[in-house]
Write a new protein. Sequence first.
Length: 86
Amino acid sequence: MIGRRRTKITVENHRVLVIRRLGSTQAWCPECEAETDMVRPEEALALVHASQAQLADIALDHHWHVIQDHDGRLLVCLQSVLKAGF
């Protein structure tokens, strides 16, 4: 009798996205309860390959954390964008 050998191969893939730019913005995210990297809405949309017209729907559907800075500009918490799993 000849025994059969089985080999199990597991492949894991991980993707790391690092966004750094000159003058990057860090701010307090009330929903994360931490200081986090913030991006402009246009940058968040570029990360998920979406158009400006889809901003409100995506932000609501995927629970992006959005704040307004002292100049009235919108900023999106980068952690909330990455957690959305695009």
